[in-house]
Design a protein around this ligand. Structure first.
Ligand code: ATP
Ligand code: MG
Length: 387
């Protein structure tokens, strides 16, 4: 049995596969130097050659006007426009993305023995339905195996269920803080050990996440620099945006050899721009934290109501790269605990291994046809994981 999952994120593309010998979902490193993911960037040269991931990232330096960012959230547009009047079909970009990853997996994963996987699982956010676009892309590359599409927070929930082996009736809420969206979903473990949705608690999301913080910081910087520098930034916008993203990610208190964590500096030629800390923090709050806490807060209240009726505790799992955004996790946890107190429901914030990759690892589990039941039910059942 060969299963490959692809998580096309707004910021990062990830892949994972089912390792039969280990009996677990394993991340397939896609990037240069063993980096587990590649950036969600595409590049189209003037003569129409398409690149993505690391190769497209390099082009931020060489040909920034040919780089496409945020394709995931613009997939519904059939044509993408770049520089002057150049166009590229979205379907060509998607076909290349899936085709290259499937080929790479076939060549890198020994158990695939050079063949395309029998099952490909693709993830999509709570609010949009990309299944037609994904199906067309797989068709155009001639993929003949089974195709499964799963909602991202449901996939992350599967990874947690596999790890923590909860009990029948347990209720779990997944919060996935991504690059483009913060998604949430509530799952309940049924008698057969399957994670199911609760009809009155449909998944939801806000479009206020990592990329919105980056864009907010860039806009603010543009207001604060001179005319000359502004022109320069306009020429190399994607590259500067990338620098801002790295600066944002260095703010979570983790030390590094370069020792530049905590600096709010963006290099513009020889002249750095330095964000005043209070400006940086207010943009982070305005563009992501406040929106996420408000949206999640409303959902928590609803979920807590259902948990109280069912006399259940609530488990919380946080996944996705933006959970590391300075101040975010603490504020969300605070809100969860407050509502727990108000509503009399015990709240447990759980941790999960490789939380940035929970979605893609969980998606693999969705594709594995029969697995030993992993919740505490008396009889030994074999079940099919469904979303
Ligand atoms: N240490 C960090 N501090 C703050 N933000 C971070 C950190 N590490 C990663 N991020 C942010 O996390 C985001 C990427 O997370 P993730 O890979 O979960 O998103 P994605 O799957 O690409 O997006 P989505 O699920 O919304 O489509 C980026 O915006 C990135 O800047
Ligand atoms: Mg994601």
């Amino acid at each position: 049995m060969s299963v490959l999952a692809i998580d096309f994120g707004t910021s990062r593309i990830k892949a994972a596969y089912w390792d039969e010998a280990k009996g677990e979902a394993v991340v397939l490193p896609l990037g240069k130097g063993g980096r587990l993911y590649v950036p969600s960037l595409f590049h189209v040269s003037r003569d129409g050659k398409i690149r993505f991931g690391d190769e497209a990232e390099v082009m931020l330096h060489n040909d920034p006007q040919g780089v496409i960012e945020n394709l995931k959230l613009n997939q519904d547009k059939t044509i993408q426009y770049l520089r002057e009047s150049q166009k590229v079909n979205t379907s060509d970009l998607m076909s290349l993305l899936f085709g290259r990853i499937i080929d790479y997996a076939s060549s890198q994963i020994p158990a695939f023995v050079g063949q395309a996987p029998e099952t490909v699982v693709l993830t999509m956010p709570s609010r949009w339905d990309f299944s037609d676009i994904y199906t067309d892309a797989l068709k155009s590359i001639g993929y003949k195996g089974e195709k499964i599409v799963i909602r991202e927070p449901v996939a992350a929930g599967l990874a947690w269920i596999e790890e923590k082996k909860p009990q029948v009736g347990d209720m779990l809420v997944v919060l996935d803080f991504g690059g483009g969206t913060v998604d949430w979903a509530c799952l309940c473990i049924d008698e057969k050990g399957r994670p199911g949705m609760i009809a009155e608690l449909p998944p939801g999301s806000v479009t206020a996440a990592g990329a919105h913080v980056d864009a907010g910081l860039l806009d603010e910087m543009m207001l604060r620099i001179g005319e000359e520098q502004r022109k320069e930034v306009q020429q190399r916008r994607a590259l500067v945006q990338e620098q801002i993203r790295q600066m944002k990610e260095s703010q979570n208190g983790r030390a590094s050899l370069s020792g530049d964590e905590g600096f709010l500096e963006v290099q513009l030629g020889s002249d750095p721009f330095i964000f005043p800390r209070e400006v940086f923090e207010s943009i982070v709050c305005r563009t992501a934290v406040d929106q996420a806490v408000e949206g999640i807060g409303r959902y928590i209240k609803k979920v807590a109501g259902t948990a109280r009726e069912r006399n259940k505790d609530l488990w919380w799992v946080m996944a996705g790269g933006t959970r590391l955004l300075v101040g975010l996790e603490e504020k969300v946890k605070e809100r969860i605990m407050e509502i727990g107190k108000e509503s009399g429901v015990a709240m447990h914030v759980a941790s999960i291994a490789q939380a940035d990759f929970a979605t893609v690892r969980g998606a693999v589990l969705r594709g594995v046809p029969t697995r030993q039941i992993n919740v505490e039910v008396k009889s030994q059942l074999v079940y099919r994981l469904v979303s």
